[in-house]
Ligand binder design. Structure first.
Ligand code: HEC
Length: 124
C-alpha cells in the first residue's frame, strides 16, 4: 500500500516536471528506436531482454503475460500514455525506482517526442 502511494507520488512529480511534447517526428523516432530495439520488439508476443512493446500506448505497465517483470514495474500502477512514456524514457529509475530496465535515460525532450510519435504509429 505504502509503496503504491510512493509510486503514485513519484508519477505525479514526474508529470509535473514536464508534459510530453506532441510534435514528434515518427521518422526520426524510428531511427532513435534502434536504442530500444536491442531489447524490445514491436511484434505481438515477441519478448526479448525486454517485453514486446506491441500496443504499449494505453496498456497498463507489467501486463505482457509471459514476461517476468520486476515487482517494481508490476506494482507501479502506471498506464502507458505519451506523458508517462516520456517520463519513463527520460529517467526510468526516477519514475519506477528499482525497475530492471538497463537504460540510463534520454535527456533530449525532442528526441523523446520523436520516439513516442514513432511508438504511437508503429506499436499498434
Ligand atoms: C538493455 C535492454 C533495454 C533497453 C535498451 C530498453 N529497454 Fe525497455 N525494458 C527492458 C526491460 C528488462 C524491461 C522490464 C523492466 C522491469 O520489469 O523492471 C523494460 C520495460 C520497458 C517498458 C515497460 C513495458 C511494460 O510492459 O510495462 C517500456 C515502456 C519500455 N521498456 C520502453 C523502452 C524504450 C522506449 C526504450 C528505448 C528508449 C527501451 N525501453 C530500452 C529492457 C530494455
Amino acid at each position: 500500500m505504502i509503496k503504491a502511494k510512493v509510486a503514485a507520488a513519484a508519477l505525479g512529480m514526474a508529470l509535473l516536471c514536464g508534459v510530453a511534447r506532441a510534435d514528434g517526428d515518427a521518422a526520426r523516432g524510428e531511427a532513435k528506436f534502434q536504442e530500444c530495439a536491442a531489447c524490445h520488439k514491436l511484434e505481438t508476443g515477441v519478448n526479448n531482454v525486454g517485453p514486446s512493446l506491441h500496443g504499449i500506448i494505453g496498456r497498463k505497465a507489467g501486463e505482457v503475460a509471459d514476461f517476468r517483470y520486476s515487482p517494481a514495474i508490476k506494482r507501479s500502477g502506471i498506464t502507458w500514455t505519451a506523458d508517462t512514456l516520456d517520463a519513463f524514457i527520460k529517467e526510468p529509475q526516477a519514475l519506477v525506482p528499482a525497475n530492471r530496465m538497463p537504460y540510463a535515460g534520454l535527456a533530449d525532450p525532442a528526441a523523446r517526442a520523436d520516439l513516442i510519435a514513432y511508438l504511437q504509429k508503429a506499436s499498434k
